[in-house]
Design a protein around this ligand. Structure first.
Ligand code: G3I
Length: 357
């Protein structure tokens, strides 16, 4: 399969033409007390253990070693998204995702593609597309085929549509994609294009706050039903599970159980438990860390309660606290299973205990 190298299909890097038209509480950082040695998480789990990763992380020998030791599947944190791949002139770049893919191949790790269609990323090249040269639908197809096709035979799956449900659960989000290709049809097209590009990759609808907002969870479930009824090639559902330490106990378990109702694969796709986001309500850090560990245990127990054939993967949104995206919000946050120095935390032990250590 020859893959397009731009939204327009083939284009020499040098071609600019009407480029625009072409468009395309605490003082210092806290690290939680580590626990005694814990076997590698992936050696405990009867399912793939994933982690978000950036190409730059792979140049840190300690982090690279931790990733290989602990994880069996990698999700590019941002470099397999439109914001990295699509240049303003509509051409594509793949250096970073290729580096992650190569690392995964070298170390026998799975590769999970994230994410193809997201309201939060549209790219100037799409916004200013010269439709005299290619229709919007064709550019959309070219992009999905180029990205999914590039990792065909390696990627175990894809977040095809990310965060389609409105923040408050009232309907679906408006986006460039919904405006140009239809509120529902753009989703069906995305799944169909991804299936054509790689018949063996498992295709997911992914969203967040499903454990926090029952209304959002319900709207998500209704969307899943509608996609299935429309014949969209949907294989699984991803619940990102970015939670705070004051998350109501039991809601994650309820969410995972409800998501399993269609018999589809379930992916806990971006797990972390923020301490900082809960500090307003629970000022005592020791109490927060206890709650964090309990939530790690709940998530693990809920995932283990799934029928084995529905357990796609349990992915952390990073392994070491030092790499968490949440550090940008509050440098003192410690949401991940390992300390900045790569030691397992009480939360990791709580997770492992529920998985079967
Ligand atoms: O590394 C580059 C740096 O070289 C450059 O100078 C700078 C300015 O352009 O960008 C840096 O890359 C940033 C990257 O994070 C690494 O820090 C990107 O701009 C920034 O957009 C990217 O943010 C990512 C965000 O998604 C948007 O893609 C976060 O890392 C990532 O954790 C976050 O992940 C999302 C999931 O995809 C969806 N669910 C929510 C989750 C958290 O927001």
């Amino acid at each position: 399969m020859i893959l397009p190298s731009s939204l327009y299909g083939f284009s020499r890097r040098g071609f600019l033409g009407s480029a625009l038209a072409l468009g395309a509480c605490q003082p210092a950082a806290q690290s939680q007390t580590p626990v005694a040695a814990l076997p590698p998480l992936k050696s405990i789990a009867p399912f793939p253990v994933g982690t978000a990763v950036q190409a730059g992380h792979l140049n840190d020998p300690a982090l690279a070693r931790l990733i290989v030791a602990q994880a069996s599947q990698l999700t590019p944190e941002w470099e397999m998204k439109m914001e990295y791949i699509v240049r303003d002139d509509g051409t594509f770049r793949f250096e970073a995702p290729d580096a992650i893919a190569a690392f995964a191949r070298t170390h026998g790790l799975g590769l999970f593609g994230h994410t193809l269609v997201w309201y939060a990323q549209t790219s100037p090249a799409f916004e200013r597309l010269d439709e005299g040269r290619v229709s919007f639908a064709q550019a959309y197809r070219n992009y999905i085929h180029a990205v999914v096709g590039r990792y065909r035979g390696q990627a175990v799956g894809w977040d095809v549509v990310n965060e389609a449900v409105a923040e408050d659960g009232e309907g679906w989000r408006d986006s460039l994609w919904s405006q140009r290709l239809g509120a529902f049809d753009h989703m069906v097209l995305a799944f169909q294009n991804a299936r054509e590009a790689d018949p063996n990759a498992r295709l997911f609808l992914n969203d967040y706050n499903l454990e926090l907002l029952p209304k959002k969870r319900s709207t998500f479930l209704r969307l899943v039903e509608r996609l299935l009824a429309a014949g969209a090639p949907l294989d699984g559902v991803g619940t990102q599970t970015h939670v705070a330490a004051d998350q109501t106990p039991g809601e994650m378990a309820r969410t995972v159980a409800e998501l399993a109702q269609f018999g589809l694969l379930v992916h806990v796709s971006e797990f972390d438990v923020s301490i900082s986001r809960a500090q307003g309500l629970i000022p005592n850090r020791a109490d927060l860390e206890r709650r964090q560990a309990a939530l790690y245990g709940e998530a693990a127990e809920a995932f283990m309660a799934l029928p084995p054939q529905q357990r796609f993967a349990f992915s952390f949104w990073g392994l070491r606290d030092s790499e968490s995206w949440l550090k940008r919000e509050d440098a003192s946050d410690t949401p991940l299973p390992f300390t900045a120095s790569g030691e397992p935390k009480v939360a990791a032990a709580a997770w492992a205990k529920q998985i079967g250590l």
